[in-house]
Design a protein around this ligand. Structure first.
Ligand code: FMN
Length: 210
């Protein structure tokens, strides 16, 4: 099949397949503090690392939501990672509640102060990135029409890793079992890790010389 996204429901399927294709997506569980001091926590799967050094991450908000408002107002956010054991609390914090409701309290999650920024991290999260807000990019479509989507970019200035998930000096994803977002109501946990060897292109060079 092939379909045109500019025509409404041209895919002819019961549900839009787009997000099931761009999968798995990591989940940034974003904690912020509002200008009034309320701690906010919400999951974003339009989330990723976008630069290595200095490290930068982004999350994309469909419509202007509290995480975006708070990050812009205070200049800070924290990206917590979701281990398999935290999956239910993560989904619980996606509830659309008022700005004065603190999602961590709502789902009974303890928070721990961050080192460099005001938003606290989820105490049980295996890792968290402390970010300074850089900028928001509102996305426009090919006709120049502004979309609902805003990409919030931040620079990671501090990294917390639970010592329990470090094995032989390396982050042990087998211990974290990070939860990834798939399409529809589906999720996956990373539970199989394999290595591929990169020989610096030597194998390809030899094949081309033959
Ligand atoms: C796993 C998961 C991923 C989500 N990803 C996004 C996302 O990438 N962008 C978005 O706007 N909303 C996303 N949502 C919905 C938000 O979490 C939800 O609208 C939430 O209430 C926003 O909270 P806030 O207003 O406190 O930022 C996601 C929800 C779940 C459960």
């Amino acid at each position: 099949m092939h379909y045109d996204t500019r025509k409404k429901r041209d895919h002819g399927l019961p549900y839009n397949p787009f997000k099931a294709l761009v999968a798995p997506r990591p989940i940034g569980w974003i904690s912020t503090v509002s200008a009034k001091g309320v701690v906010n926590l919400a999951p974003y799967s339009f989330f990723n690392a976008v630069a290595d050094f200095p490290p930068m991450v982004m999350f994309s908000s469909t419509g202007i939501k509290h995480s975006q408002i708070n990050a812009e107002a205070t200049g800070e956010f924290v990206c917590n990672f979701v281990s398999y054991e935290l999956r239910d609390q993560m989904v619980g914090t996606s509830a659309e509640v008022g700005p004065d409701v603190s999602e961590p309290e709502m789902v009974g999650l303890e928070m721990t102060p961050s080192v460099y920024v005001k938003p606290p991290r989820v105490s049980r999260a295996p890792a968290a990135l402390e970010c300074k807000y850089l900028k928001t990019v509102q996305l426009h479509d090919i006709d120049g029409v502004p979309s609902e989507s805003h990409v919030i970019i931040g620079q990671v200035i501090g990294v917390y890793i639970d010592d329990a998930v470090i094995t032989d000096g390396m982050v042990d994803l087998g211990k974290i079992q990070p939860v990834a977002r798939l399409g529809y109501a589906d999720y996956s946990a990373v539970d199989r890790v394999f290595k591929l060897k990169w020989d610096g292109g030597e194998g390809l060079k030899r094949a081309l010389e033959k």
